[in-house]
Write a protein that binds this ligand. Sequence first.
Ligand code: NZQ
Ligand code: ZN
Length: 402
Amino acid sequence: MKNFIFHSPTKFIFGRGAVSSLGLELSQRSFRKALIVYGGSSAERTGILSRVKSSLDERCISYEQFGGVRPNPELAKVREGIALLRSSGYDCLIPVGGGSVIDCAKAIAFGASYDGDVWDFFDGKAKITTSLPIAAVLTLPAAGSEGSASCVISNDAQNAKRGVSADCMRPILAFLDPETTFSLPHYQTAAGVTDMIAHICERYFSGQGTAMVTDAVALSIVRTLVKAAPRALADPKDYEARAAIMWAGTLAHNDLAGCGLGASPAARAGGWESHALEHELSAFDPKITHGAGLAVMMPAWMRYVADADPIRFASFGREVFGIVPADDSAEAVKAAAMRSIEFLQAFFVSIGMPRSLKEFGLDESCVEQLLDGLEKSKGRVFGALKRIGRDDARAIYESAFR
Ligand code: NZQ
Ligand code: ZN
């Protein structure tokens, strides 16, 4: 078990009606003027936006609304929000939505106190040291941004999608009401579950050995998701299943599931291979949902690197899917490792996720452009479990078309 620092300062308020205490929590911290950030139509349609506003009204906290954040949030919207924030003196931000809305709010919150352009942070030209406080109202469990130290923004002009991390951007408050997720479409629910499993796997397969207690936590979260997802998909109003998924999404990405596995934000620069490969896809085509891209790229990456640590892949398969190697031989362990990856991919497909990049309407002619983007964001060689250069990444992308 490697040394680690675990810092999760967010106060999580979980359960039915959680958002009704938003105003109280903010007034106790002396916040007076909030910017509510949201996406397209879901926040209004489901009524969560009006519940947020009522809770603020009750405590006489003034607010303005900033809607229209798209999935895979874009830089122009962040710049627009920063200009608004600077002109009007808000003291906190309230994103109401999923990862895209929360990430847009985070980028506005740390970008507003920087004199230069906010993209400098994503380009490695500036370091994030301060941020306005965020109180997140989660409506889509997936990205884990409500508890994470990360923010991912797309730059369409550069065909780029980049992530940055700093503890100061972790929300101070997060409101999680599973009932707000009853309205989620099947595809978003499934993509969200896939993203959570990927957040666990990036840490579990970090190539930094084992950590008994963290491994137990991580694998039990994956087991829970494998059980709860089909229930929530069959009955979108199954509160217990929705609640399990919602909390799992937070635990999968607030760094708890990486303690002792060398998967700290700094170490992410080397690892997080499936995410790096996927981010190029959703940069190439912003209509691609992050979790759906991961459903294809993660098994493709796993097959390519499984040789580096077949015991670890076999132990994942044993704990999650009950796959037992025929015997103790290296061949049997390797076969169990490959079966574990097959089972994981079959699970993603069973909940409605794609198996091949062809299902996004892509063909192999885009691969060189994906590789150019990958090299810009991760350098010539990256990867923790196994080093990935351009030829390796090409082979992984090509295998993802089969
Ligand atoms: O735009 P609206 O109308 O609100 O609809 C949204 C959106 O179209 C809809 N939705 C949200 N809550 C709903 C709902 N529809 C019905 N009922 C509800 N309760 O869902 C759609 C997708 O939302 P989005 O926020 O894009 O999804 P997600 O939470 O999966 O976030 C994805 C983004 O997060 C980034 C991804 O790269 C991607 O840009 N990530 C952020 C991370 C972080 N900050 O730590 C880590 C992740 O690995 C990830 O990279
Ligand atoms: Zn993710």
